[in-house]
Write a protein that binds this ligand. Structure first.
Ligand SMILES: [Zn+2]
Length: 387
């Protein structure tokens, strides 16, 4: 049977499409209708209480679209956008790309959702470390996509080896409960880990397998001494009670014994709100399902121009737009893309165009940003928004 995923080739051939696009194509072909259309992608609303989101998945859209005779404009990957703002525009003969709407949306809806959840966690955590731990809750074929977007959204590291290789980072991880259970003894487990790992692997002891968090942390400090980088508390929610108080107690007991440098690494059911609650004691977070199973951004893709003339269905504004932002005050407006560069209505500054040309009839106009470059854009953007 094989794994139930579509191959690159299958996606590029347009097989991952809703059948109605094939039926539309056949109907238009039958009458010889094939206008030059411009389609615009935007999200009318954002999930939950999100006031902004991160645009991600563009590199994969370009991977697909560069084989098509289309022109494409978009935000940069890693840009912050809001509900109602255009993020991507594709222009070409309808029959050359209409069938790819399903795939194009799929490439950015999930990527942008994951990047946004990661960005929200990083925003909440500030300087503290956030690691993506949730690939295991999703189909393994998707792990590289999930963790690339977790990383570009702001995670400091990703857990899965293959995901890390593809983004050019070292994978991040601690140790598992299985090590301690198989060794049947925390001392044996900590020592075995320490003996087997090179100096580049941080000694992060998982301390709540058999013991209470406080005594487990002190025991790890006793066994590993100065080599202990952090203790990881992965206490299940059902046993946590007042978790910030447990962390405070662990911190106190480590500190008074001279282990002020040992960090507290927290995992298990973490989201941006728990991070805000735990920040006073925690130094690092492992975030799982909250990022990997993030809500998607519900982008839709609509025709806004036909043969150069503004035209859109009811409920959508016609005409190809430009999105402008003010470099001084952050104000944003949309105009028709043919309009002149506007001045900011708030402060008079010249506004900056957010959408730029990425493909001209299938030719790439710029190279891909690296995952690190995209992540830097996100972190820069996060300093201008509130959670
Ligand atoms: Zn301004």
């Amino acid at each position: 049977m094989g794994f139930q995923t579509a191959s690159d080739d299958c996606i590029k051939k347009g097989r991952v499409t809703d059948v109605y696009f094939e039926r539309v194509a056949r109907s238009l072909e039958g009458r010889g209708i094939n206008p030059l259309v411009s389609m615009e992608v935007r999200a009318t609303d954002l999930p939950g209480d999100w006031e902004w989101a991160i645009f991600a998945g563009l590199a994969e859209v370009l991977e697909l679209a560069q084989e098509l005779p289309v022109s494409l404009r978009a935000l940069e990957e890693g840009d912050i956008f809001h509900a109602g703002e255009p993020v991507l525009q594709v222009s070409g003969k309808y029959l050359d790309f209409g069938v790819y709407e399903t795939a194009i949306l799929g490439l950015i809806c999930q990527a942008s959702g994951i990047a946004t959840s990661a960005a929200r966690c990083k925003h909440a955590a500030g300087e503290r470390t956030v690691i993506s731990f949730g690939a295991r809750r999703m189909h393994p074929a998707l792990a590289p996509m999930i963790e690339r977007n977790a990383f570009v959204g702001g995670c400091d590291g990703v857990a899965v080896v293959e995901s890390a290789v593809r983004i050019g980072e070292e994978p991040s991880g601690t140790m598992s409960h299985t090590l301690i259970l198989c060794a049947r003894d925390e001392r044996v487990a900590f020592e075995a880990f320490d003996e087997s790992m090179g100096p580049d692997v941080k000694r992060i002891a998982l301390v709540d397998t058999f013991q209470d968090e406080k005594f487990g942390a002190l025991f790890a400090a006793e066994v590993l001494g100065e080599k202990l980088f952090a203790v990881r508390l992965d206490t299940p929610g059902s046993r946590r009670g007042d978790f910030p108080r447990i962390m405070e107690e662990v911190r106190w007991e480590l500190d008074i014994r001279g282990f002020e440098d040992v960090k507290l690494f927290i995992s298990g059911g973490i989201d941006e709100y728990k991070i805000l609650d735990y920040n006073r004691c925690a130094d690092a977070y492992g975030v799982g399902t909250h990022i990997s199973n993030s809500p998607v951004v519900n982008y839709s893709m609509d025709i806004v121009e036909i043969d150069g003339v503004p035209m859109a269905k009811r409920g959508k504004k016609s005409g190809l737009k430009q999105l402008w932002s003010c470099p001084s005050c952050g104000a944003r407006i949309q105009t028709l893309s043919s309009s002149d560069r506007p001045e900011c209505r708030e402060c008079g500054e010249e506004m900056k165009a957010m959408l730029s040309e990425k493909l001209d009839s299938g030719d790439r106009l710029s190279g891909d940003l690296t995952p690190r470059q995209i992540r830097s854009r996100v972190l820069e953007g996060l300093s201008t928004v509130r959670l």
